[in-house]
Ligand binder design. Structure first.
Ligand code: 13P
Ligand code: ZN
Length: 275
């Protein structure tokens, strides 16, 4: 079977398309990576090309050494992935120390994995340590989250509480909350280490004035998490605007409401984020 026809590749392409439809991927904005299972590597291997040269990632973590990832290409547009996977996405193999990758399929005509691959790789390493089922890391330029990062404190607790309070079921979807990375230059090892430090604790991290990173065991869960966080952020912006700009609303979801919801939905709320 052609690599393009494998289920995980089709699911990956669909997620790129879904993110574009949401308006989260202007130009080449955003990127997606997927940790392949042993069975998926075996199914794809007959279609692999001659491996290209090893490229240092600028980060190192042996947790996922020797594993294979499907990744969007740097400078590639999410809106083009579905029509031409082999030019816009590719499979990379990680070396035995977890410090370099090499392309084994796709990314044709000299393309490279996303410039955020160091962040993706480090986030995969810490998320899989937190939850062995984790497979997806997704970065999107979500407008509501970006807007929010200009007007609320860039603190994990403050940001998480606002998101939880904007829509009843948010706290069920991400009861640990979200981490917040202050503004940093994208695309390198510094932002990769800063983000992965937070994603060891949280399933999602906000990049101030830039966008969002989320994780999940499959495409539906990771996309759903981004969608939920972004919707809550957009609700906050719209509610605040409708409220004359003030952040003092007439009605609230209280801390007791959040705790009661988690009790009935059998999830554990981050105790540091509620009073
Ligand atoms: P890439 O095109 O290299 O994936 O970069 C897009 C982006 O969003 C950088 O943060
Ligand atoms: Zn970005």
């Amino acid at each position: 079977m052609a690599i393009e026809d494998l289920d995980f590749v089709k699911g990956f392409c669909r997620m790129c398309d879904d993110g574009f439809a949401q308006g989260w991927h202007e130009r080449n904005g955003g990127n997606l990576t997927y940790l392949m299972s042993t069975d998926e590597v075996a199914a794809a291997r007959p279609g692999f090309d001659e491996p290209r040269e090893w490229v240092a990632m600028g980060v190192e973590d042996a947790t996922l050494a020797g594993r294979f990832f499907l990744s969007t290409g740097s400078g590639k547009y999410m809106r083009n992935v579905m029509d031409d996977p082999a030019h816009n996405i590719g499979i990379v193999e990680i070396n035995e120390t977890g410090s370099a990758y090499r392309i084994v399929w796709g990314l044709l005509d000299g393309a490279k994995p996303t410039s955020e691959f160091p962040s993706h790789y480090m986030n995969h390493c810490v998320r899989v340590a937190a939850d062995p089922t984790n497979r997806v890391i997704y970065h999107s330029h979500t407008p509501g989250v970006i807007e929010m990062s200009f007007i609320v404190p860039l603190e994990d607790r403050a940001f998480s509480r606002i998101l939880w309070q904007m829509m009843t079921e948010c706290v069920v979807v991400f009861p640990q909350g979200v981490g917040v990375v202050p503004w940093m230059v994208p695309g390198g090892s510094d932002i990769a280490y800063a983000t992965s430090k937070l994603m060891a604790k949280f399933p999602a991290a906000v990049w101030a004035h830039h966008g969002l990173f989320v994780s999940g065991p499959d495409f539906d869960t990771a996309f759903g998490l981004a969608h939920t966080i972004e919707k809550a952020a957009e609700l906050y912006i719209a509610t605040r605007a409708a409220n004359g700009g003030s952040d003092k609303f007439l009605n609230y979801i209280t801390d007791q409401d959040l705790k009661d919801t988690c009790r009935d939905f059998h999830v554990e709320i981050n105790p540091d984020f509620v009073d």
